[in-house]
Design a protein around this ligand. Structure first.
Ligand SMILES: Nc1nc2c(c(=O)[nH]1)N[C@H]1C(S)=C(S)[C@@H](COP(=O)(O)OP(=O)(O)OC[C@H]3O[C@@H](n4cnc5c(N)ncnc54)[C@H](O)[C@@H]3O)O[C@H]1N2
Ligand code: MOO
Length: 403
C-alpha cells in the first residue's frame, strides 16, 4: 500500500506529456487552456485618453477656477471616442472630449462636463478639482513587451477579454486529453435498461465522465463489460493510444475481481497497488504501452474519492494547466466526528463561512457504495489515521472541490 502523495508523484512522473496544440477562434476558447505565453506588442491604453465626458484644457488656465470666478475658455474642437483630435490646445482654449477619446496635444487636464457651463459663447470652468488626474495615460495598464498571460492559464472571462484587447483572435490552446472510461461488472445495466434481479445500473461511467470534463479532459466512454478478462481487453484495445484509461470495478480481492490479472495479462508493470486512504483504497496503476492504466474501485463513492485525490490533478496536469494542484484549506469541523479508523479517511463535506470562519460539515450517507453525499459535497474533509473522536470546532484540512 502506498501513501497518497507518493502515488500522485508516481503518476505525475509517468504522465504522458502535454497534448498537442491548435489555434481556435476566441469565441470557442472559454474553459480551454492557453498553450502560449502572451506578450503585448502594444501599450494599453494605446494613447492618453479621457476617462469621462468633459473638456480637455491646460491646467494652468483653470487652477484658480471657482463658481464665483470661472475660467473662461474658447472651444476649438469636439472629439468623440474613436476619432482623433486635429488641433493642439493652447492657453485659453478647450476641446470638448468624450469618454475614451484621445487627449489633444497641449492638454494636461480634463474637467468633467458637470463642472462646466457656457457664458457668452465661452466655456466656463467652475472648478479645477481632480482635473489634472482625469487622464488615463498611455500604457498605464499594459506596457509594450510586457508578459500578460502565461501558458497553462485557464481561459475564462478575464483572459478572453485580455486576449481580445491585445489582438489575439486565434490563441494557441492545448487539445483536451482523451480519457478512456470502462465500467466492468457482470451486474451492470445501462441507464436505459429495465431493472433485472441481481443487477444495478452503471452510475460510474457517467459520474466519471463528468469528473473528466471538470478536470479538463475529453471523456471517451468505452462502455460496460462483464467480468471477463478477454472482453475487458477487447474493450480497452478498441480505442488505442489514449493517454489515460480508467476502469471501475474488480479492483479488490473477490472471485471476479479481475484487475490484477488484467495488469498481468497485458504485461503492465505496476506503479502501485492500493493507496492508504479510506474510501478509495483499491487502486491499481501501471504503464500500458505509452498510456497510464488505472483501475478504481467499483464502489461509487470509493472510486470517486480515488478520482478526486489522484486523477483530477493528473488530468489537469496532462491538459496543460499550470495550477493543477488541489485547492486546500484549513477548516473547522462543524459537529462531532465519531468514526475512528486506522487509515487516513476522506469524508464528503460541505464548507461554508460563518462569521469569518470556514467550517466544514460532514454529510450523511458516507457509505463507500453510496452516491448521495458526493452529490451535495463541495469538499473532501481529511480525517487523520488513528483519530480519536473529533470535537466540534477542531481544525482539519479539506480539499475544496471544483465547482
Ligand atoms: N474480502 C474483502 N472484500 C472487500 C474488500 C476487502 O478488503 N476484502 N474491500 C472492500 C472495499 S473497501 C471496496 S472499496 C470494494 C472494492 O471492490 P471492487 O473494486 O472490486 O469493486 P466491485 O466489487 O466490482 O464493486 C463494488 C460495488 O460497486 C458496485 N459497482 C461496480 N461497478 C459499478 C458501476 N459502474 N456503477 C455503480 N455501481 C457499481 C458493485 O455492484 C458493488 O456493489 O471491495 C470491498 N470488498
Ligand atoms: O477502500 Mo474501500 O475503497 O474503503 O471503499
Amino acid at each position: 500500500m502506498i501513501v497518497l502523495e507518493d502515488a500522485l508523484t508516481l503518476l505525475l512522473n509517468h504522465a504522458p506529456l502535454h497534448c498537442n496544440t491548435t489555434r481556435l477562434p476566441l469565441a470557442e476558447c472559454f474553459g480551454r487552456i492557453l498553450a502560449e505565453d502572451i506578450t503585448s506588442t502594444m501599450d494599453f491604453p494605446p494613447f492618453n485618453r479621457s476617462p469621462l465626458d468633459g473638456y480637455a484644457v491646460q491646467f494652468k488656465d483653470i487652477i484658480h477656477a471657482s463658481a464665483e470666478h470661472p475660467a473662461l475658455l474658447t472651444q476649438i474642437e469636439s472629439v468623440p471616442a474613436g476619432s482623433v483630435p486635429y488641433n493642439t490646445i493652447s492657453s485659453g482654449q478647450a476641446t470638448r472630449i468624450m469618454t475614451g477619446a484621445k487627449i489633444p496635444e497641449g492638454a494636461d487636464a480634463v474637467v468633467r462636463l458637470e463642472d462646466t457651463g457656457t457664458v457668452n459663447s465661452q466655456i466656463a470652468i467652475w472648478t479645477a478639482e481632480k482635473a489634472a488626474t482625469n487622464i488615463c495615460s498611455q500604457g498605464e495598464e499594459i506596457r509594450i513587451n510586457e508578459k500578460v498571460l502565461t501558458a497553462g492559464t485557464l481561459l475564462e472571462e478575464g483572459a478572453l477579454g485580455l486576449l481580445s484587447m491585445l489582438g489575439h483572435a486565434n490563441p494557441l490552446i492545448f487539445h483536451k486529453p482523451k480519457i478512456g472510461i470502462l465500467a466492468t461488472g457482470s451486474e451492470l445495466l445501462s441507464p436505459s435498461d429495465p431493472m433485472k434481479p441481481g443487477k444495478i445500473r452503471d452510475s460510474n461511467s457517467y459520474m466519471l465522465l463528468a469528473k473528466v470534463l471538470k478536470a479538463g479532459g475529453e471523456p471517451v466512454l468505452l462502455g460496460r463489460v462483464e467480468d471477463n478478462l478477454s472482453s475487458i481487453i477487447t474493450k480497452l484495445s478498441a480505442h488505442p493510444n489514449l493517454p489515460l484509461y480508467i476502469t471501475t470495478g474488480g479492483a479488490s480481492v473477490g472471485d471476479y475481481d479481475l484487475m490484477e490479472k488484467l495488469f498481468q495479462e497485458l504485461q503492465v508493470p505496476l506503479l502501485f497497488k492500493g493507496v492508504a486512504i479510506k474510501p478509495g483504497m483499491p487502486v491499481l496503476a501501471g504503464i500500458w504501452k505509452n498510456s497510464l492504466l488505472m483501475a478504481l474501485s467499483g464502489n461509487p463513492a470509493a472510486g470517486s474519492v480515488s478520482f478526486e485525490m489522484l486523477i483530477t490533478p493528473l488530468i489537469r496536469k496532462i491538459a496543460g494547466l499550470r495550477n493543477w494542484k488541489h485547492k486546500k484549506s484549513t477548516v473547522k469541523l462543524w459537529g462531532t466526528f465519531k468514526k475512528t479508523s486506522p487509515t487516513r479517511r476522506f469524508v464528503w463535506a460541505r464548507w461554508f463561512v460563518k462569521q469569518g470562519t470556514i467550517y466544514a460539515e460532514p454529510l450523511s450517507h458516507q457509505g463507500n457504495g453510496m452516491l448521495k453525499s458526493a452529490l451535495e459535497a463541495n469538499a473532501l474533509l481529511e480525517i487523520p489515521a488513528h483519530n480519536p473522536i473529533i470535537e466540534n470546532g477542531t481544525e482539519l484540512e479539506a480539499v475544496l472541490l471544483q465547482l
